[in-house]
Every structure is written in C-alpha cells, then in structure tokens.
Design a protein around this ligand. Structure first.
Ligand code: NOJ
Length: 753
C-alpha cells in the first residue's frame, strides 16, 4: 500500500470511529459492514465535498472518441482531485502516467479507475458478440472474456463496459452486433459467463476486471430500430423480455451497471428512479455502482425531462446514478444542488462509497499501479495461444445457412476439396483486414488481422491457383470490376464471394432501414451464379440481412459475421473442411424489412395463420415465416432426432421432469449439434409465446454415433409473470419441443398439476 494512503487510512479509521461515536453512523448501507466498508468509510471521512463528488466523475481521455464530446482538460482535472475515473486511456505506460498524477499530485492520492470498451477482445479480437453468440458455446465465450481481461488488465485497465445485455429484436438497430441477439434465455446464459470471464473469482487477481451490465434498460427496443430513439413498452414486456439478462447479471455478481440513452415510457433511463432504485437496488439488491452512458445526464435536457443541466444532475443522482460519464454535470453543478438542499449530501457519499469500494476490491489502494505493468503487457498481449483460441471461437461462430449441390454434382458444394486446381476469391470484403475487426474493436489493429484471401492462400495457395478479383466495393454503383471478376470465376474451379456490410455499418449510431446487401453486390452475385460453378457466398455483417435472392439461388451460404483477428484462417478452415460448421443463428433473418420486428417467440394471435383463410394473421405479399429462423444452422453432416421422451407426462410443482431425445449423426462427417429445448405454455392467465427456449446443449458426435441427450426441468422453468405479475408456473398443459432450431415440430405434451 502506498505510504500516503496508509497514513490516510489510519487517520480516516480514527476519524471514522470518532464520528460513529458522536453521530451513531454516517453509513447509508443497508448491508452488514465488512472490512472493505470500514476502509471505505475511513477514506470518505477525510474527503471534502469536492473530492467526494470527484469520485463520481468519469471523463474520457483524448485518445479516442466514443461519443459526441471530448474534454481537453482531463489531465488538469485529475490534478484537482475532482475526477475519480478515466476511460479511453490505455496501455501500461499511459495509465501509469495518469495514475501517477492522481496518486502523487492530489491531496489524498486516491487512485483512478480506468475503463474501456473491451467488447470482443482488447488486442486479440474475437468475433463480434452476435457472432460469438452463434457458437452457443458458453465455455468458449467465458474463455474469450478471460483472455480479453488478461490482455486489457495488462494494459492498465480495470473496468470493461461489457457485456451488452440488450435484447435485440430489430435488426435495423445497428447495435444488435454488440449483444447476444433476440432470445432472453440465451442472452441470460451468455451474460453470466461473460461476467464470470471478466471478473473471475477474485477481483484482486491481476488478470480480472470489473464488468458492466449495459445498457439498462430496454435500449434494444428503440422505435423503428433507430438508435437512441424512444422506447415505449409494457411493464410485462419489460419484465419478460428486457430485464431478465440484467437481473441475472446482478445475481451473477456484476459490479457495475450502465444506464441507457433511451427514455422508457416517458422517463429517460438516467433519471429513472423506477429502474435505478426501485428495481435495481430494492428489488434486486444490487451493491455495485451505476454509471451513465456517455453524456446521458445532460441529454435529459433535449429529452425534455430536465429544464437545464443542473436540474438533470439532480434528477440523475436522486434517481440512483452514481457516476457521471462525460457529462461534467456532477462536476459542474452537484455542489450547488447540495448547497441549495436539492440533493442530500448522503446521496453523494453513498455513490462515492460504492465507487471507492470497487477500487478497494481491485486492490488499487494497495498498489495503484498494479495493472500498469509493462512486462506483463509484453507477455500477455496477442500471444500465439490467444490467437489460436480466437481462431477456434471464430470457427465455432460461423453458421452454414445453405449447402446445395450444383448441377450434375454428386455432393454439396462445401466443404471444398483441398486439391482444387484454381479458386476465384471475389469481393472487397474478401481482401479486407479492417472489416474482420467489426465495430468496438478495442486496441485491435487491422494490420494484424487475417483477411479471407490470406486465410485461403495460406491453406491451399501452394497447390491451388488462388485468383482475387474485387468485382465491386461494398458501397456504390461501380460495376467496372465485374468483367474481371466474371473472367476469374469462369477460369476457376470454384468461387468464393465475400459480401455484406462495412464494419462501421453496424454498432452505435449505425441503424439502417434497408437491410439488403449494399451497393451492387447482389448484381455481382447474380452474374457469378450464372457460371453454374460451385460457389459459396460468404457473408460478413453485424446484423441479419435480407437476402431472399441469395437464399434461393446461391448454392452455398456461410454467415461469418466479423470474425476477428483470425477471421480469414477460421473461414478457410470451414470452407475446406478442417472444421465442420456448428453455429446456429442467435437472431431471426427476415425476408424483408416489412416483417420487422420478427422473432421466434411471438404470440399465436386469435387468428393464427391459415393459408386457406383470408381473415387470418398474415401478409398479402410475403409469408409470415422468416428467411432463416432463430436457432438455425446446418452442418456438413446430418443429424437425426428421435421422438421426444419424458419420464412422466404429469408432474407437480416440486417435481423434476426429465426430457430426452436420441441424437444420431447420420452423415459422413464428425460434427457438433446444438440441441435446443423449447416449450409452449398452451393456456395461461396471460397469453404465452409460441415457443420459448429453455435449455440447450452443444454435442459433439462422431459420424455414425448416437447419444441420448437429457434435460431436467422443474416447474420453475415454466414460470412467467402471471396476470398479477407474480412470477410462477401455472398449472396446465405444456408442449415441449426438442430439435435443431426454433421451428422443430418434434414435441411431447406434459401437464403441470
Ligand atoms: C456510448 C456507448 O453507448 C456505450 O456502449 C459505451 O460503453 C460508451 N459510449 C463508452 O464508450
């Protein structure tokens, strides 16, 4: 522990006990105090009001801009002791320098907390979160978070703004790429392992960091998929669809929450006492701290909720916001609000206490520089081991959407034989390293990425003539490269065409109303399909796209998202059969934008679809069904499911029910299948969705092998917010489905007594 802090702590402890004796207690905590609380109180007892407010202030460095404003004076601000945390500053060297200012040049020497958006890796970049979710591999997702934490803590970081837990049912919203997709259960499970991966078992360990559950709440429900737009949903939808990943994150011990930009039913999230105090603190018992999103306190003014910035700060702190990200509103106005009696000083103390607690838990008071270690930074960063793992996760995330035979062929297009004489690799994205990174790529460097062209060349380039032709850009209407691309395709034995979106077309502030392939990419595919040769469309994108022509006419389609540092190698592994694809879609692919919102667990309606009856719930121009359903993904092998069996057809509230199927690998390759269990509650005091995912298991089966897969369920697995909003399972009939995607009809009926 540094000397200054030790002396201060001793002084503080004495002062604190004196205060307790004279005032009973200054603590607002409702929890029994532990030794860290006592240390926190002892530090707090020495702080001036300005210094206490300072702990509530988070400013960005000028290294990166992840929002609309920068603050050029952040280093000066640190010196005054009026800033407790900095984000967008990293590397051991730079964090050490900023930490030195805080520790040596401020009155109390309280260490800074360094935050950053480590969303899918710090230096070693993994697939975008939506892509990783498609792996349905929880152990892999936990490990990629561990690696991200090991790398970023070696670069001086203490805190990641991840995982994003927003349920995303509208692919127009660009931020769908940052989360786990549309499903509540899958998002809950992924959120839990991500938090475990980042925070580990012990925050004092130098490899672990604080995680942040964001964006609280319902940010994904932005009207019309437009980022930052209004959210107006029922309390039931909030509790059923949008809150569960956050509630689960709290249970999993996440240390911080981030408020969202949106208003929810008329109240901006950063000023919502309902969300921040009633639900988060009182209902769920959250003990960590709440940070706002970027300038979202002052955005309450344009929202029309606060009359000016000072008022916005009062609304935020009184609602339950502990830390102000970048608004400088607490910094500029909070003291005055306290003096005017509009905010109680205890509110500020409570927030400062929560933040100081995390600094203690990280061990920053013992050694403020423990994470800024240049030696460790050299050792941990971008290691061969990390890259191998990134390649593996990327392969697991790839979804095979289609794999047909071309005319006169005996076998499907994929996997390609390695002894091809020639292959044409086409499309701007095929030769792009930068796009492999996706949005929010931390400290990832495009020059370190493996492009698809490189991946293919490395794998077969010695024996196969690999010819690249751009054909066209992702954007624009220039077709001048078509001729070359068609020539290359005509001369090749097989064709790979990479199409999709540029990396910046998804992510924050990247909503789109047209989800077709941008530019003239589709026209190019049409020309290449005419060759009749074995052709695979490799999609790179951050959201579901509307690709009906491709789905009908291209012989093979691989969804590869943005696959990260090792993307090109991973895709080549799949193309040439060194890895048998096992990913399944975490989001429904619509046929067209008019179907949005479309997600698998919709309601049945009173007039469910009947093709022979006009007056049923349908469109005149497209079917109700999506292009590709949630949970869908093919393999080079085939899997067969036996009918679903249950150990009992009637069960009571305290009984377990065992559901099983026999899964057989009936094809010619070893392969992995994600066995998915859904159920439908047939009658409820509130209508229930047509399907709800409740369990899944990813299983590896050798060709020809069979395995019994068993799931155990209790009544609690069927619980929902009933008519009076109590969470419980209602007696009655349920249909349980087990299969390879959300459309499976393989089911059995059971009754809960
Ligand atoms: C704004 C984004 O909404 C949020 O996800 C991110 O963590 C912050 N900026 C910080 O960069």
């Amino acid at each position: 522990m540094n000397k200054k802090i030790t002396i201060l702590l001793l002084l503080g402890i004495t002062f604190f006990f004196w205060q307790c004796a004279s005032k009973k207690s200054i603590s607002q905590l409702q929890f029994p105090k532990d030794s860290i609380d006592l240390k926190v109180d002892s530090v707090l007892a020495l702080m001036t009001l300005d210094e206490k407010i300072g702990q509530l202030v988070l400013f960005t460095s000028d290294w990166e801009s992840t929002g609309p404003t920068l603050r050029a004076t952040y280093k000066e601000d640190i010196k005054t002791g009026r800033v407790g945390a900095i984000f967008n500053a990293h590397t051991s060297e730079y964090t050490r320098e900023l930490q030195r200012i805080a520790v040596e040049e401020t009155r109390l020497g309280i260490p800074l907390l360094f935050g950053y958006d480590v969303i899918h890796g710090y230096k070693t970049i993994f697939p975008i979160p939506l892509g990783e979710a498609a792996s349905w591999d929880l152990a892999a997702m936990e490990k990629s978070a561990q690696i991200a934490a090991a790398e970023s803590t070696a670069a001086g970081l203490h805190w990641t703004f991840a995982p994003m837990l927003d349920i995303a049912r509208d692919p127009r919203w660009g931020r769908v790429c940052e989360g786990s997709g549309e499903d509540v259960y899958l998002s809950v499970e992924i959120g839990k392992v991500k938090i475990k991966g980042f925070q580990g078992e012990n925050l004092l360990s130098v490899n672990t960091m604080l995680a942040c559950a964001k964006h609280y709440a319902a940010y994904g429900a932005a009207q019309a998929g437009r980022d930052y737009h209004t959210v107006d949903i029922s309390e039931r939808t909030l509790y059923e669809a949008y809150l569960p990943p956050f509630a689960a994150a709290e249970k999993a011990g996440v240390k911080t929450f981030m408020t969202s930009f949106n208003e929810l039913n008329g109240i901006p999230a950063s000023g919502s006492k309902y969300l921040l105090t009633d639900i988060l603190r009182k209902e769920w018992g959250f003990r960590g701290f709440v940070v706002t999103d970027y300038t979202s306190i002052n955005e309450m003014v344009p929202h029309g909720y606060a009359k000016d910035e000072k008022h916005a700060g009062e609304l935020a702190i009184n609602a339950g916001v502990d830390m102000d990200m970048q608004s400088a509103i607490y910094y500029n106005h909070l003291k005055k609000s306290i003096e005017e009696g509009l905010v109680k000083v205890e509110k500020v103390e409570e927030a400062a206490r929560r933040i100081l607690r995390q600094k203690f838990e990280l061990g920053l008071f013992d050694d403020p520089y423990k994470y800024s270690n240049t030696e460790r930074e050299k050792q941990k960063m971008f290691t061969a081991e990390n890259l191998d793992f990134a390649r593996d996760v990327a392969r697991k995330s790839i979804v095979l959407l289609k794999n047909n035979k071309v005319k006169n062929a005996l076998i499907p297009v994929l996997p390609f034989p390695k002894k091809l004489k020639s292959i044409a690799v086409i499309g701007e994205l095929a030769n792009s390293k930068e796009d492999m990174l996706g949005s929010w790529h931390g400290s990832g460097d495009a020059k370190d990425c493996v492009s698809l062209l490189q991946g293919i060349t490395t794998k077969i380039g010695n024996s196969t003539n690999v010819v690249f032709a751009k054909g066209c850009n992702v954007e624009g209407d220039d077709k001048s490269g078509f001729e070359n691309a068609i020539k290359a395709a005509n001369q090749a034995e097989a064709i790979v065409i990479a199409v999709g979106e540029k990396w910046w077309m998804s992510g924050e502030a990247a909503s789109r109303t047209n989800l077709d392939l941008p530019g003239v990419q589709l026209d190019l595919i049409k020309e290449l399909v005419k060759t009749g040769k074995p052709l695979v469309v490799v999609l790179m994108n951050g959201r579901p796209l509307t690709i009906p022509w491709v789905a009908d006419n291209a012989p093979a389609i691989l969804e590869t998202w943005y696959a990260g540092s090792q993307g090109g190698n991973a895709i080549a592994d799949v193309l040439f059969g060194d890895y048998n694809p096992s990913g399944k879609l975490p989001m429904t692919f619509p046929r067209n934008v008019g179907q949005i919102p479309i997600f698998y667990n919709m309601k049945h309606t009173g007039r469910p679809l009947a093709l022979d009856n006009k007056y049923t719930s349908k469109y005149l121009d497209v079917p109700n069904s999506p292009l590709f359903p949630f949970g869908f993904g093919l393999s080079y092998t085939t899997f067969k499911y036996s009918p679903v069996k249950v150990d009992k057809t009637t069960f009571s509230q305290n009984e377990k029910i065992t559901v099983s199927v026999t899964l057989s690998n009936t094809g010619n390759y070893d392969g992995e299948e994600v066995v998915q269990l859904y159920f439908r509650d047939l009658v409820g005091s509130v209508t229930r969705p047509v399907r709800e995912l409740k369990k899944f298991e990813k299983v590896l089966l050798q060709k020809g092998a069979s395995k019994e897969i068993t799931f155990s369920l209790t009544a609690n697995d069927f619980a929902f917010f009933t008519q009076d909003m109590t969470f419980k399972a209602e007696a009655g009939a349920f249909e349980i489905f087990v299969g390879g995607d959300s459309n499976t009809e393989n089911s059995v009926k059971v009754t809960l007594k």
